[in-house]
Design a protein around this ligand. Structure first.
Ligand SMILES: [Mg+2]
Length: 182
């Protein structure tokens, strides 16, 4: 079984945490974080809630154009992710909107993953940190995006979850995880 890092997208790898994927661009340090995770034996997945599709801000087709744009950007930077999953729903009965674990289950249909040795990497307590608790993985909370407010005024939304690690940004965090494993 392999270990994995499940990266949140907006506020973690780039953009703004409640932003629009049409405006998304990677943080300058994000590619190195993804590359380091891959080259050190982690499967790399991106899991993103995209409720703006259900809310009608943009269509599924427009979303897919931007997903492709991001995949191309990563490829041209030498990053080949193992999976890119999105939840298009808003309110309702879906099984995929974080903190639900449907996107992790999709990743596990194609890969044998040791969740206890894996990380959820994200900026939002309610969605990312709570997902991690649900699947029994470790947690890297990044202080970009909504990370700081997740730890302060919004900590009440995830009261019984404790990050394994808190880092200034995704690159610092991934380096620290890998450093501790050596
Ligand atoms: Mg986020």
């Amino acid at each position: 079984m392999k270990k994995a890092m499940f990266f949140d997208l907006q506020g973690t790898l780039g953009g703004e945490f409640l932003g629009d994927i049409r405006d998304f661009d990677f943080y300058p340090f994000a590619m190195e974080a993804l590359k380091l995770a891959k080259s050190n034996g982690y499967l790399v997945f991106i899991l993103t809630n995209q409720s703006r599709i259900a809310k009608g801000y943009f269509t599924l087709e427009i979303y897919k154009e931007h997903e492709l744009r991001l995949l191309d950007l990563m490829k041209s930077n030498g990053v080949d992710v193992d999976g890119f999953y999105f939840c298009p729903h808003d309110k309702g009965q879906c099984m995929c909107k974080k903190p639900k674990d449907g996107m992790v289950k999709m990743a596990m249909e194609n890969h044998e993953i040791d969740l206890a040795r894996s990380y959820v990497v994200g900026d939002l307590g309610l969605s990312d940190m709570s997902l991690s608790k649900r699947i029994g993985s470790k947690i890297l909370l990044v202080l970009t995006g909504g990370g700081k407010s997740s730890l302060s005024e919004f900590k009440y939304l995830w009261p019984d979850v404790n990050p394994t690690m808190i880092a200034e940004n995704v690159l610092v965090g991934v380096k620290r995880i890998l450093g501790e494993e050596i």
